[in-house]
Design a protein around this ligand. Structure first.
Ligand code: GLN
Length: 580
């Protein structure tokens, strides 16, 4: 019988409910119990794929190509599992399914209602993930906080699960927050009490309460929450904000939550073995030299938009014994000649994925800088496309080369639309999504990094490297180190005669784990460490910043190219891309 742990949130959002759910997964896995996780999102989008990063943060892509909530990234990183499209269900998806069934006549003339039709559909999704994963325990997290109108059907479905399969198979965790009042220097439990009351009003009595706070939580607060919320005091788990995100499983284990869950659900588990995880935390905490890596993007004010990229850099920092200091660089600023002073002390540059024209020219100049001054560069999806556009502009001596995403009429479409993307009307779920195999060419940086000849990586894009440019670029040092098995698609490109300039058409950041850094991030960071050694405290040359040009020969500043007309000629093209 599958056991279920349901996570709900109270008081405020953004207190780390996803991380906490992921951490519970890790402490159960440490007992040899198999775990999977599912996120139920109350918004009406069918999936987050069409949402702007400003709304939603990163879109996390699973092996089977589902565009999902970024909490799935936490689950995969903490538990080291590969999740699937069953692991993220939204209100939109539930309704779309129910409405499709109604249209087919599946309900035999019935009136379709939230209860039971929507709640049954939600429960069907919950059971589906249990079935497809065959896990001992399914952790289900509901997005938002109790009291939200839109999460009510999900809460009701969770409530029904207890009577459907019995209290011995269900465990409800409510994650709340204790605000700190500076004037009286104390944490407050009242919002937690109210939140639990709200939850009980829906008919869910929590088995455990995880109380998050930015300060240490005194024991009397635990007793108070236990008393007012009618749970055992050992079921109130204090989780003060940790200096290290990956420490949360150890905090939960120390508080006895693992044993409490195992006991309550009658699970059979081994003694918890968190030795590898503990060693990793010790390694993270060791004082070590820092290394500065710039992430050049257009959503940098919102770090969640690059969550997996940032985490992957930290993971590679652990294996390279470096404290990674991420420097957030706004590509739009670079276009205006601003933000370049940061480049003096960068040891590496990452250009992550993205859509739409805004900020592209800044990313291109960042790639140019990395190429000219031999600073390690890692291009992720759009970052690879940018690297190819940049070198083509350099070869041709013109700013014309582009992706048809940004300039539909360019005479040099070095990045062009994949044939199967032509004429698509729907934006949702229609990109090249999920894992594809990639063959590595011997003797390349990529092959050395991976140490094998075939890998599979996760994609999320519409555009590709245009094969008509293969010869031209390879004459100028480009090596196609990763190709699709049929040789048709360039998946990894890297520059010869450069310490590390590599771009991949896929998103390696979705496969990195704190205890298994992704080979490309690992190799990139290793190159950054070498660059740091070569620099030996001296500032990088940032000359290029002062002649921010379309090409190495040209004189016109990027800011003028982009702003003189107020609008780039291809602005219309971005309308077809999500999240521009
Ligand atoms: N906009 C580019 C494309 O669709 C890159 C996408 C990405 O970086 N994920 O091909």
């Amino acid at each position: 019988m599958t056991k279920y742990i349901f996570f709900t949130g109270g008081v405020v959002s953004s207190v780390g409910k996803g991380v906490t759910a992921a951490a519970v997964g890790r402490i159960l896995k440490a007992r040899g119990i198999s775990v999977t996780v599912q996120k139920l999102d109350p918004y009406i989008n069918v999936d987050p794929g069409t949402m702007s990063p400003y709304q939603h943060g990163e879109v996390f892509v699973t092996e089977d190509g589902a565009e999902t909530d970024l909490d799935l990234g936490h689950y995969e990183r903490f538990i080291d599992v590969n999740l699937s499209q069953d692991s993220n269900v939204t209100t939109g998806r539930v309704y779309a399914e129910v409405i499709a069934k109604e249209r087919r006549g599946d309900y035999l003339g019935g009136t379709i209602q939230v209860i039971p039709h929507i709640t049954n559909e939600i429960k069907r999704y919950i059971r589906a993930v249990a079935e497809s994963s065959q896990a001992d325990v399914v952790i289900v997290e509901v997005g938002g906080t109790v009291g939200d109108i839109e999460s009510l059907p999900f809460m009701e479905a969770l409530r029904q699960m207890r009577s459907d399969i019995g209290p011995e198979n269900t465990f409800y965790v409510h994650v709340t927050f204790l605000p700190y009042i500076a004037a009286s220097r104390e944490l407050k439990t009242k919002p937690t009490q109210h939140s639990v009351r709200e939850l009980r009003g829906i008919g869910i009595h929590p088995n455990a309460i995880i109380a998050r706070a930015d300060h240490d939580i005194p024991h009397e607060h635990i007793e108070k929450i236990a008393l007012f919320c009618d749970v055992e005091s050992r079921a109130v788990i204090p989780v003060a904000t940790s200096d290290v995100l990956y420490n949360i499983p150890l905090q939960l284990e120390d508080s006895g939550l693992g044993d409490y869950i195992v006991e309550s659900l009658g699970l059979v588990g081994a003694e918890p073995d968190l030795s590898e995880w503990t060693a990793m935390i010790e390694e993270i905490r060791k004082p070590k030299p820092s290394i500065r890596i710039g992430i050049v993007g257009k959503y940098v004010e919102l770090h969640d938009a690059y969550m997996s990229v940032r985490e992957s850099l930290y993971h590679a920092g652990i294996s390279n014994h470096r404290q990674v200091e991420v420097v957030w660089i706004h590509s739009g600023d670079l276009e205006k000649g601003k933000g370049w002073e940061e480049f003096e002390s960068l040891d590496g540059v990452v250009v992550p994925g993205g859509f739409g024209y805004r900020g592209i020219e800044g990313k291109i100049v960042a790639a140019r800088w990395a190429r000219q001054y031999e600073v390690p560069y890692l291009g992720l999806c759009l970052g690879m496309q940018v690297m190819c556009i940049e070198i083509t502009r350099h070869i041709i001596g013109s700013d014309e080369p582009n992706s048809t995403e940004f300039d539909a009429k360019t005479s040099y479409p070095v990045i062009s639309l994949m044939p199967d993307q032509h004429g698509l009307a729907d934006m949702g779920g229609t990109m090249r999504l999920g894992i594809y195999p990639c063959d590595l060419q011997e003797g390349t940086l990529a092959a050395k990094a991976y140490g094998k000849s075939r890998v599979s990586e996760r994609h999320r894009h519409r555009w590709e490297f245009n094969n008509a440019y293969r010869d031209l670029l390879s004459e100028h040092g480009m090596v196609y180190s990763g190709l699709s098995p049929d040789d048709r698609l360039v998946e990894i490109a890297e520059l010869k005669d450069h310490p590390f300039m590599l771009g991949c058409q896929f998103h390696p950041e979705f496969k990195s784990r704190p205890n298994h850094p992704h080979p490309l991030f690992d190799a990139f960071l290793n190159a950054a460490v070498e660059h740091q050694g070569r620099r030996n405290g001296r500032p990088n040359n940032i000359e290029v910043a002062h002649k921010v040009t379309k090409n190495d020969q040209g004189q016109q500043p990027i800011s003028e190219q982009v702003n003189s007309s107020g609008k780039h000629k291809s602005d219309g093209a971005r309308e077809r891309s999500p999240a521009a």
